[in-house]
Design a protein around this ligand. Structure first.
Ligand code: NA7
Length: 493
């Protein structure tokens, strides 16, 4: 073992071909950093015809990111031009397109190529695309995202609705809203962004709430032209802004969710105060008050939702949906809420990860078999029995704690060190099963101290009720992503 380790580290001369699956935030990042590392034989497979991942798929009115823009950017490509504290989805998409162009990423991307199968055979990954094309590579990085597969609600009669009906991530821009009666199912970040964006153009908007949400007011000021000019003129100033927002996240929110009671009390008090001060009608206030801890579900940032839901043409429906009919939504009180448009803001399957791609590892063992009971990875980035396969923003990444871009950068830095071994004297690298089991046991043990298991339903929880998140501090994550501990890996010469 020692011999392989040493030999692997010795040189990085062997040429390797690396495939990246997905041309979203993590895929673009991977291509840039692989090239910086001296790896030119890169192919990025993207099933759609353009890049941008979630920022390409989501185009709904009011779309923005709930992480401040100055920290929602690659650390090596800060953007002085963000127009607001929380910039719009189209600005974010344009940012990724710009970065991809600047770093000449597009020449590596094979658009309209959906990989449906990846088989490890003879020390290489054999990839098959839906159109039958194939490829063989030395390593694969799955950059397939988390909030990618829309979750459709299992409500009787959904297909019978006569009007326009679509998921928020598949917005139908052909469906007019002006002067129409619109229903929105869901009260997550998405619904909370859509409602204020459309309320002034529709005849009526009905929000079907199953569970109320805690909402934090963060303000969303625009950056003045002088501020943008100052950020442009001074990279140090831009960096300070990145550090400021990163620090705010890391030292407040990220601490609170994993057990800092003091910080959590502050957040909860701020949410209560926001509700108290923003909503006048006591009955509406009661309906909007959650009965679980703030940040148990993904905390919502909004300054526009409470004012919008109080407009005369907005309605909060809290009676449970019993079925959907031709004319609208029927609720448990017997009422039919007549609608022309129905928006399903019902979220995503956050637990699919690389699936539905069929992945077959050593000895013919599939990913579905490996994950039959739970989605368990080694430090979120690798899997025992699946050599030279890496995941970005995989299971138990700290996605509920801070900026996903920072997470992806740190994970990729770690993955690149493993790929370097393949360029030396090592043919295969995979985490050991016992190390993976130890890691996942520690994750489960630590989860009890987090807010995510304090009693609510959320997309964070897997089918066993375990959050697919990181239960420790940011410092620990950063430290664990510094360098792989090779004693926890199987290396094959
Ligand atoms: P979320 O946060 O998963 O929200 C989905 C919403 O849809 C939530 O309010 C659900 O209610 C509701 N929902 C789901 N299924 C149903 C059915 N069958 N009936 C009624 N209501 C339903 O998704 P978003 O798109 O808003 O946000 C996802 C993430 O994107 C967000 O966290 C940010 O990180 C960015 P529930 O609360 O489960 O009762």
């Amino acid at each position: 073992m020692q011999g392989v380790e040493e030999r692997a580290k010795e040189s990085v001369g062997r040429p390797v071909r690396v495939a990246v699956i997905g041309a979203g935030m993590s895929g673009i990042l991977s291509a840039i950093k692989l090239r910086e590392r001296g790896i030119e034989d890169i192919v990025v497979y993207e099933k759609a015809s353009s890049l941008g991942g979630t920022w390409r798929d989501n185009t709904y009115p009011g779309l923005s990111c709930d992480v401040p823009s100055h920290v929602y950017a690659y650390s090596f490509e800060l953007n002085p031009d963000w127009s607001r504290r929380f910039s719009s989805g189209s600005e974010i998409r344009a940012y990724f397109e710009r970065v991809a162009r600047k770093y000449d990423v597009e020449r590596h991307i094979r658009f309209d190529t959906e990989i449906i199968r990846a088989v490890y055979r003879g020390g290489r990954w054999h990839l098959t695309a839906r159109d039958g094309r194939d490829d063989a590579v030395d390593a694969v990085i799955f950059a397939t995202g988390v909030l990618h597969h829309p979750a459709y609600p299992d409500i009787e009669g959904l297909q019978s609705f006569a009007g326009d009906c679509f998921h928020s991530a598949r917005w139908n821009h052909e469906a007019p809203l002006e002067g129409r009666r619109v229903g929105i199912i869901g009260t997550g970040s998405t619904a909370v962004q859509i409602l204020p964006a459309i309320v002034d153009q529709v005849a009526k908007v009905s929000l079907f709430q199953r569970t109320p949400q805690w909402i934090l007011s963060m303000g969303n000021p625009s950056y003045a032209p002088e501020e943008i000019a100052a950020f442009r003129a001074s990279p140090e100033r831009l960096r300070q802004s990145y550090d400021h927002w990163a620090d705010r996240f890391i030292n407040t929110f990220a601490r609170a969710v994993v057990g800092d009671e003091h910080e959590m009390r502050r957040i909860e008090a701020a949410c209560r105060q926001n509700l108290e001060e923003s909503v006048r009608d006591p009955e509406l206030k009661r309906k909007l008050t959650p009965n679980y801890k703030a940040a148990c579900k993904r905390l919502i940032m909004s300054d526009t939702f409470y004012p919008a839901i109080q407009k005369p043409n907005a309605e909060l429906v809290t009676d449970a949906i019993t079925r959907i009919e031709r004319g609208g939504v029927r609720t448990a009180d017997g009422a039919l809420h007549e609608l022309d448009v129905l928006v399903l803001a019902t979220g995503f399957d956050g637990h699919a990860f690389m699936r539905p791609i069929e992945i077959v590892g050593e000895g013919g063992r599939t990913l579905d078999q490996a994950w039959a009971n739970a989605n368990e990875a080694y430090r979120s980035v690798a899997l025992p029995g699946f050599p030279n396969l890496f995941t970005l923003v995989g299971p138990n990444s700290p996605i509920g704690n801070f900026s996903v871009i920072m997470i992806s950068e740190l994970q990729l830095g770690y993955v690149l060190q493993l790929i370097d071994l393949l360029r030396g004297g090592c043919r295969a690298v995979a985490p050991r099963q016992d190390a993976t089991d130890r890691f996942n046991r520690a994750i489960r043990d630590a989860m009890g101290g987090t807010v995510w298991v304090s009693g609510c339903r959320s997309w964070y929880l897997d089918r066993n009720g375990n959050p697919a998140l990181w239960p420790w501090s940011f410092e620990r994550f950063r430290q664990e992503m510094q360098a792989p501990d090779l004693s926890e890996f199987e290396l094959v010469a």
